[in-house]
Design a protein around this ligand. Structure first.
Ligand SMILES: Nc1ncnc2c1ncn2[C@@H]1O[C@H](COP(=O)(O)OP(=O)(O)OP(=O)(O)O)[C@@H](O)[C@H]1O
Length: 844
């Protein structure tokens, strides 16, 4: 939304250049007028005073205009609603009434809302667009009122009483708009046209797409409809109860007795106790609004998935429900919204650039300007015979003339006959992660691993698909914005994906950056801070990669996408000799390994770390394991040739030297960046870096998102031995602490324990007692919650996904749950009563 308006406000490509590029003459004229600010006069009276006023107001015009509108709205409101604005107010009301009829009562509200929006800068359009939009809304509303309230509208022009009629209808304006339309298209046709204009005007003001508006409208309608529906349902059921009580004399008594009734026909348990399963621990209470499956559904054989869906639908949050999880609502993230751009100053600087080049005898023409959040790119066309190198040699002079610390020159802009000069803006715009996630580009991002990165120079939101990247190297000097960038990537993943889709390993030798993500259900292990253990974690990822390859090759799939689709469709064909009942082929989530400060790892275990990174980088893409590695020391010791060769995508934040830029990007540029999230992004499939202002997410926002996830899974279930121990070594091939295959396997549903060569029976002799207890617990959990969900078992029993999957299979064999339904929860076939009967018989 904002991106489009900004790029139109600035400039971008064809039309943009025309709109934003002042013709030489006109720019000069503007420059001349603002030149007064520099003290140059042209003999006209008092130019200095004028320019001082203009400077004082410059960039804050919207505030002043907003205040005027608010003032007018208050005065009109006093006159119209309270009759408190004296004779002048009454006179104004009468005159406005002639024109607008009853529509006048809307006017104070429109003025207050527009004024407030202007003052708060919550506008995504120019004042002209807003005025036009509101004007059209007013006209169409008046037209509609006229058609609805004043059927004989056209006759009203002819007799004296009709002035009053118009005043009570939609006024002269309503008559002028609605009358002809009604006469030409009949009332219905006229109303259709006016409603279309109304919607078009709303789109103009909000700068949203029709789709987004329709979605917001349907969300709003749903929010209203839900309580209304519930109230109606309750009223209807009350009515039916009353009528059935009248019909059946015995029933009333029975209903009244229900709380004491021994037969549990409601969500209450036996003896009227609320059905909170004994095995649900106290942590459940922390889950507050999210502990959905607390009350058991009434009916036997009710689909568990439907139960989950219904309980989740009742959650008082707006986040989307995906499987058993609810994504965090967008409201957890702040939005910076549209920020003011001082176009006069931008144009003046463009003129300065052109003039300073002319002073060095370089003939150029300013053909476009693109105002980004951090820098403005001026596009220059060279005069005949002027060499490109002339501009690059004047880099320092240009920076001097523009009073900028440094400028970056694109000579030429790739694919165009133009030179780009990127000059830092005097006033930067904050790019909030929330802005990116509500942008149209976010709607287009469909892959779980598409993460929000920032805004490009045209103000367009940029998403990076880590699945295709497939590994990312982030480098930059200290304070340049690496950690903020990583936080945005992680938070973006947390906002858009569930733990069933993406799992994380966070490696944080700096110890301060990732503590906030502790106890997230997405984590495979708690954030690793010990460099030795971090090397082990990388070694674990290599083993997991190999294991996944084994599984894929055993069942004949080339990559995780095809495999996961087959799992969902139930089309996995196990190899000969493997019993599919014993070996549950589970959905494999993506695994993203984030390393914040590679240097600290390289100092401890350079060889092991390099070997692991290289092996993952070479092969892991197909099995859904991706690396994001950051370092503030972009030296060749840290980013070795081997790592560079295997990690093609680069995110370069500001660095201190050209050499550092070459190490990261294999080209200069990063040394010209201005810090605080200003970056060059090489997505891996191109050698032309894209300049982007990285997004920012505050600690409080991250806390809210993390809290949201923790509430859904109060007890983190970490995979054992991901980090091994300090002595365990971290070599890719060496198993840290040599855990048994069962424990080493990935527990997050990735087919861990799906080692087709291992004994698939989860319950070996030595574990029998423990397993019997666990089976009992699992059965009770599933029956009491009526939710046949493997990941619920995983969470509640604190076991890996593979183990939970096997327990579920045994529950199926015992007739407690139905067969697997892909990613959906299984049907629960046993009722609480049946379970309790079994308990009483001692069969469980
Ligand atoms: N995208 C951004 N937008 C606005 N400000 C930012 C952005 N990124 C970083 N900053 C500012 O820069 C400061 C330093 O950023 P950050 O901690 O991410 O740097 P870093 O490169 O990780 O540094 P170090 O390597 O020392 O940890 C932040 O506290 C923040 O104020």
């Amino acid at each position: 939304m904002s991106s489009s308006s900004r790029s139109s406000g600035g400039s971008s490509k064809g039309g943009r250049s025309k709109a934003a590029t002042p013709p030489r003459g006109s720019s000069r004229a503007k420059s001349g007028s603002s030149g007064g600010a520099k003290g140059s006069t042209n003999g006209k009276p008092n130019p200095k005073g004028q320019s001082e006023v203009r400077q004082a107001v410059s960039g804050r015009e919207h505030e002043f205009l907003g205040l005027v509108l608010i003032g007018a709205g208050i005065v009109l409101g006093l006159a119209m609603y309270l009759d408190l604005a004296g004779p002048l107010g009454a006179g104004i009301e009468t005159s406005i009434g002639w024109f607008l009829g009853v529509g006048r009562y809307l006017l104070p509200i429109v003025l207050l809302v527009s004024g407030g929006a202007l003052v708060r800068k919550h506008v995504s359009s120019s004042p002209v667009t807003i005025a036009l939009g509101w004007g059209l809304i007013l006209l169409s509303v008046l037209g509609i009122i006229h058609i609805v309230r004043t059927p004989d509208s056209l006759t009203t022009f002819q007799d004296g009483d009709d002035v009053t009629t118009l005043g009570e209808g939609a006024g002269w304006i309503g008559a002028l708009v609605g009358g002809p339309l009604e006469a030409l298209l009949a009332p219905v046709g006229g109303i259709v046209v006016l409603v279309a204009v109304l919607v078009g005007a709303a789109l103009l003001i909000t700068q949203t797409s029709l789709r987004t508006m329709a979605e917001s409208a349907s969300r709003g309608a749903a929010a209203v409809a839900r309580p209304v529906g519930r109230a109606t349902k309750k009223a209807l059921s009350d009515l039916s109860t009353l009528s059935s009580e009248r019909e059946d004399g015995e029933r009333p008594g029975r209903r009244r007795q229900r709380p004491d009734d021994d037969r549990p026909s409601s969500p209450q348990g036996v003896h009227g106790e609320p059905l909170s399963p004994a095995l649900y621990d106290g942590a459940e209470d922390d889950a507050d609004i999210f502990s959905a499956p607390k009350s058991a559904p009434k009916k036997r054989r009710k689909k568990a998935a439907a139960a989950a869906a219904s309980t989740q639908a009742a959650l008082p949050i707006d986040g989307e429900t995906v499987g058993e999880w609810v994504l965090p609502p967008l409201g957890h993230l702040k939005q910076a919204g549209q920020q003011a751009i001082n176009m006069a100053e931008i144009e003046r600087r463009g003129q300065t650039l052109q003039e300073s080049l002319a002073q060095h005898n370089v003939d150029t023409e300013l053909i476009g300007m693109t105002v980004g959040p951090t820098v403005t790119r001026y596009e220059l066309e060279l005069g005949p015979g002027v060499k490109v190198a002339r501009i690059t040699s004047l880099q320092k002079d240009i920076a001097y003339a523009m009073a900028a610390t440094d400028v970056r020159i694109l000579a030429p802009i790739p694919g165009r006959s133009a030179i780009g000069v990127e000059v830092p803006n005097h006033q930067r715009q904050l790019v909030a992660l929330g802005d990116l996630l509500v942008s149209p580009e976010a709607g287009e991002a469909s892959h779980p691993l598409e993460v929000a990165v920032g805004k490009d120079i045209a103000g367009k939101a940029v998403f990076l698909d880590i699945s295709t990247t497939p590994h990312l190297l982030i480098a930059g000097a200290t304070g340049a914005g690496k950690s903020s960038g990583i936080n945005c990537i992680i938070t973006s993943l947390l906002m858009r994906t569930t733990p069933d889709q993406v799992r994380l390993i966070l490696i944080d030798p700096k110890q301060v950056e990732m503590g906030q993500y502790q106890r997230l259900p997405h984590l495979l292990t708690e954030p690793v801070t010990n460099p030795k253990k971090a090397a082990n974690a990388l070694g674990w990822a290599v083993k997991e990669m190999e294991k996944r390859y084994d599984i894929l090759s055993a069942v004949g799939y080339r990559d995780i996408t095809g495999y996961n689709e087959a799992v969902v469709k139930g089309e996995i064909d196990p190899p000969p000799g493997v019993d599919p009942d014993d070996t549950p082929y589970e959905h494999m989530p993506y695994i993203v390994v984030v390393v914040d400060e590679l240097n600290d790892l390289m100092m401890v275990a350079a060889r092991d770390v390099e070997e692991s990174i290289t092996r993952i980088a070479q092969k892991a893409r197909a099995v859904g394991i991706h690396l994001i590695i950051a370092t503030q020391r972009p030296s060749v010791n840290v980013i070795t040739g081997v790592i560079k060769a295997n990690v093609p995508a680069r995110m370069a934040f500001a660095v201190s030297s050209l050499t550092d830029s070459r190490v990261i990007l294999d080209q200069p540029g990063a040394e010209k960046l201005v810090g605080k999230g200003d970056m060059l992004l090489l997505p891996g499939n191109s050698s032309v870096p894209n300049r982007i202002q990285g997004s920012f997410v505050g600690e409080d926002e991250v806390r809210k998102v993390v809290k949201h996830w923790r509430a859904q899974a109060p007890e983190p279930v970490y995979t054992q031995n991901v980090e091994g121990d300090e002595e365990g070594g971290g070599a890719a091939g060496a198993a840290p602490a040599s855990p048994p295959a069962q424990q080493m396997s990935f527990d997050g549903g990735a087919g861990g324990g799906l080692d087709v060569t291992s004994d698939a029976n989860a319950f070996s002799a030595g574990e029998e007692d423990e397993d019997a207890v666990m089976m009992r617990q699992a059965m009770e959990l599933v029956v009491r919650s009526q939710l046949g969900s493997t990941s619920m078992l995983q969470r509640k029993l604190k076991v890996g996904f593979a183990r939970a999957g096997r327990i579920m299979d045994l529950l199926e064999q015992r007739g407690v749950v139905g067969p697997s339904e892909g990613s959906k929860a299984r049907e629960v076939l046993m009722t609480v009563e049946e379970f309790e009967l079994l308990q009483q018989n001692g069969s469980v």
